[in-house]
Design a protein around this ligand. Structure first.
Ligand SMILES: Cc1cc2nc3c(=O)[nH]c(=O)nc-3n(C[C@H](O)[C@H](O)[C@H](O)COP(=O)(O)OP(=O)(O)OC[C@H]3O[C@@H](n4cnc5c(N)ncnc54)[C@H](O)[C@@H]3O)c2cc1C
Length: 416
């Protein structure tokens, strides 16, 4: 069923009786050419591009809960292409281009809003670093504008520019950056994959991976065994646990990241703003809530809730940057499990087990990567070759010491 203004009108006039479920609820088949473990953004996008770009339809996505119930539905929805290093830069640039046509491509409104993202800087050293980053973005073909203090003030007049400890010196403006509606992205890809014949199987936990003679043969699940020619593990914060079912040890630590949302307010923040002297970023949702977050909780855990010290730190940073935020009341907070790599960059690769592939390590930046990651992982699964923009996301780079360390903080999972 294609969605359109005409269909909306027609359904409205006929009592909305003609809408059909957005995807089927199929029973698992005994065998698939490709099984994707994990029905988050990356798993669903992979399934969609396998069908759409490579014509592969005997594909299943196995999700232990409900589609989009993981991090893809728990994040703060920032979409950007402001990376510095070759390897990351071209990948996120490709992903942003896919975002720009995604609602039309999926015939599903993912509410991609290019409202502009501004990273603030508070010292001369930070200005130099952001100037270099901006130049790298422009070289990559993306957009970046270095703003001085008055340039930022003209756009974000409500910030505390004269804050005694962290006065604002300027910002790097990325006009094509912005936000999207997180679960709509999962639903849009799910609908697109389902309509092309992919089986989306919910409440189906993978509990084992069958390997014979060094080759993957299928998976054990809570709904019985399923044979498969190839298996892709795309389970974000659970990557280490699922890979262990195949005897693999991934260079991943799982950490918690929290987010917060206030009561709905009238429009006040019409960009994404990121503080340079503490980990704090904020935007306003279309419903009016201020959506913001900060750094990792700094201890590894599989809990989907955060600790109080980080909540306090985030509130402090928010008050430092924009004291007006103190008038808003927090409505909710939650946490998600981040698959952190030692260099903060992701992994899209085959493993030492024939036919078994991994897509993980998105740390806390994997939402904006969903279209690019799905595209690149589908390319690898279908053709056996790495897709160029993702060619450096190799598993063996950690053994080779060839890190993609965007933050320059060295090999430490919780510092990226
Ligand atoms: C608070 C917070 C804020 C964030 N903010 C941003 C942001 O602003 N911008 C950005 O780019 N990124 C952000 N992220 C990161 C982003 O959400 C993640 O990197 C990304 O969603 C992870 O990929 P995914 O969508 O595939 O993961 P998930 O949605 O977590 O998908 C993985 C799925 O695998 C399933 N699964 C796990 N184990 C099994 C199993 N054994 N069998 C079957 N299924 C299994 C899970 O149930 C889950 O549904 C944020 C994350 C959090 C938590």
């Amino acid at each position: 069923m294609r969605y359109s203004g005409f269909r909306l009108l027609a359904q409205g006039l006929t009592g909305n009786r003609g809408w059909r479920p957005v995807w089927r609820d199929p029973e698992p088949k005994p065998h698939y050419d490709i099984v994707i473990v994990g029905g988050g953004g990356h798993g669903l996008a992979t399934a969609y591009y396998l069908a759409r770009e490579h014509g592969l339809r005997n594909v299943a996505v196995l999700e232990k809960g409900y589609l989009g119930g993981g991090n893809v539905g728990r994040n703060t929805t920032i979409v950007r292409a402001n990376y510095f290093l070759p390897g990351n830069s071209e990948f996120y640039s490709h992903s942003l281009k896919l975002w720009e046509g995604l609602s039309q491509e999926l015939n599903f409104n993912v509410m991609h809003s290019q409202r502009g993202l501004i990273n603030l800087f508070h010292s001369d050293g930070q200005r130099d670093a952001f100037a270099r980053r901006g130049n790298a973005m422009i070289n990559q073909g993306d957009d970046a504008i270095l703003l001085d203090r008055e340039g930022v003030r003209a756009i974000l007049p409500y910030l505390d520019f004269e804050q005694a400890r962290f006065p604002i010196h300027g910002g790097l403006y990325h006009p094509r950056g912005g936000t999207a509606r997180h679960d709509a992205v999962a639903w849009g890809y799910a609908r697109g994959a389902d309509s092309r014949g992919v089986d989306l199987i919910q409440n189906c936990e993978v509990t084992g991976i069958d390997i014979e003679g060094g080759r993957v043969r299928g998976v054990q699940t809570s709904r019985g065994p399923i044979r498969a020619g190839k298996v892709g593990i795309v389970v974000a914060g659970r990557s280490g646990q699922v890979a262990a079912m195949a005897g693999l040890r991934l260079p991943i630590e799982s950490h918690i990241l929290q987010a917060f949302v206030t009561e709905g307010l009238k429009p006040v923040i019409d960009h994404v703003v990121s503080f340079g002297m503490g980990h704090f970023y904020i935007s306003q949702s279309d419903k009016g809530g201020l959506v913001f977050g900060g750094d990792l909780d700094f201890h590894a855990s599989y809990a989907q809730r955060g600790n109080l010290p980080m909540a306090e730190h985030v509130m402090e940073a928010g008050m430092t940057l924009m004291p007006m935020i103190g008038k808003a009341r927090i409505l909710r907070s939650w946490g998600g499990i981040m698959d952190m790599t030692p260099d903060g960059s992701p992994i899209i690769d085959r493993t030492s087990v024939d036919g078994l592939y991994v897509n993980c390590g998105w740390c806390y930046g994997g939402f904006k990567a969903v279209p690019g990651s799905g595209w690149s992982f589908a390319h690898l699964l279908a053709t056996g070759r790495h897709h160029d923009p993702a060619a450096r996301f190799r598993l063996d780079r950690f053994a080779r010491g060839d890190l993609l360390d965007e933050e320059g903080t060295g090999s430490c999972h919780n510092l990226h």
